[in-house]
Design a protein around this ligand. Structure first.
Ligand code: TA6
Length: 325
């Protein structure tokens, strides 16, 4: 193990808790190379992920509203127990609008990670968060669950989110889920998404019509709001201008949402700048087409791993396997 791993045995050195302007706790994760991630207990939302040069990799709107219960426009939002706007619940569910707590007594970690240093939990800085339904929540969505979220920052700067939803011996329930991920891009017209070619998708701009992707890579010239079905474990977002590629690894998340509001829709969102569509792209690891059903005592795990590499870096299978994908 590199010497950094030894120096960073002390988890306290790699995590720091502060409060935001509303007095809500935020957890700052740092690694010894200068990378960082910040997670708000408001919604369990990752609100910042910076590389070792201090460059922000997630998009946050300059007009974001930081006022509970509204979730901040940007970062990585936890959309549970639904994604989309159906029935009694808020759009994209209530989890992103709730105050989570730090889980001081997490259950044993998920199965052991590969030995590769960059992906082993040794030397990672991480935080475990917990959401349980309040009495009010149970009136609205009468299912007894525990939602544990581990956010971790690896020595190589990768950001991993592991969501574990358990049915706490209530009646069976079903839910859909998405990590609503706002990636920062230099110019949306210079961005390509690879890994979704030839897939079927639901076009949310035309009543979720089922269509098939034809292109060899997705590029952007207008509003796009699509749910790609049964997508591969790895999707790449190439930011040509910045020569940066985001590699999105997913487990337990068969679908991928791709969304850019473009000019017209941007003007209708109070917490989003008219031109900000040029500098963001949502690519969400999700489980939407087939909702997840949990019987009493059952648990679902959804894992997202984000890597930001220089586009010249060819991301081969070995690299992915070493990261647990
Ligand atoms: O597909 C992504 C999407 O459902 C879009 O339709 C758009 O509504 C976006 O999520 C943002 O949703 P929000 O509730 O965060 O404004």
């Amino acid at each position: 193990m590199g010497h950094y791993a030894a120096e960073w045995d002390d988890k306290a050195a790699a995590t720091e808790i502060t409060k935001d302007w509303n007095g809500i706790d935020q957890v700052l994760l740092r690694n010894p190379h200068g990378a960082s991630a910040k997670i708000s207990l408001h919604g369990g939302q990752v609100i910042s992920w910076r590389n070792d040069k201090g460059e922000e990799l997630l998009f946050t709107s300059n007009k974001a509203i930081f006022k509970h219960p509204k979730s901040m426009r940007g970062g990585i939002q936890i959309c549970y127990p639904q994604f989309g706007d159906c029935g009694l619940l808020d759009q994209h569910g209530f989890a992103r609008n709730k105050i989570w707590v730090i889980d001081d007594n997490p259950p044993p970690p998920p199965p052991p990670l590969p030995t590769n240093e960059s992906s082993s939990s040794f030397g990672k800085s991480f935080v475990d968060l917990l959401l349980k339904p309040s009495e009010d929540d149970l009136k609205l969505w009468p299912h007894s669950f525990e939602f544990r979220l581990r956010v971790s920052l690896a020595l190589d700067g990768d950001l991993t989110l592991i969501s574990r939803v358990r049915n706490i011996n209530g009646k069976p329930f079903s839910f859909s889920f998405a990590y609503h991920t706002y990636l920062a891009v230099s110019d949306i017209s210079e961005v390509r998404v690879e890994g979704l070619e030839t897939l079927d998708y639901l076009d949310n701009l035309s009543k979720r019509e089922l269509l098939t992707e034809q292109g060899d890579a997705i590029t952007f010239e207008s509003e796009m709001d699509r749910t790609y079905l049964r997508s591969p474990k790895v999707v790449a977002v190439l930011d040509h201008e910045r020569k940066r590629t985001y590699v999105i690894g997913k487990e337990g998340l068969p679908d991928t949402v791709v969304w850019n509001p473009w000019e017209k829709k941007s003007k209708t969102m109070a917490d989003f700048g008219d031109d900000e569509y040029k500098n963001m792209l949502c690519v969400d690891g999700a489980a939407l087409e087939r909702p997840i059903t949990l019987k009493p005592g059952e648990e679902w795990t959804g894992k997202l791993m984000l890597t930001a590499v220089k586009s010249s870096f060819c991301f081969d299978q070995l690299e992915l396997q070493s990261k647990g994908f």
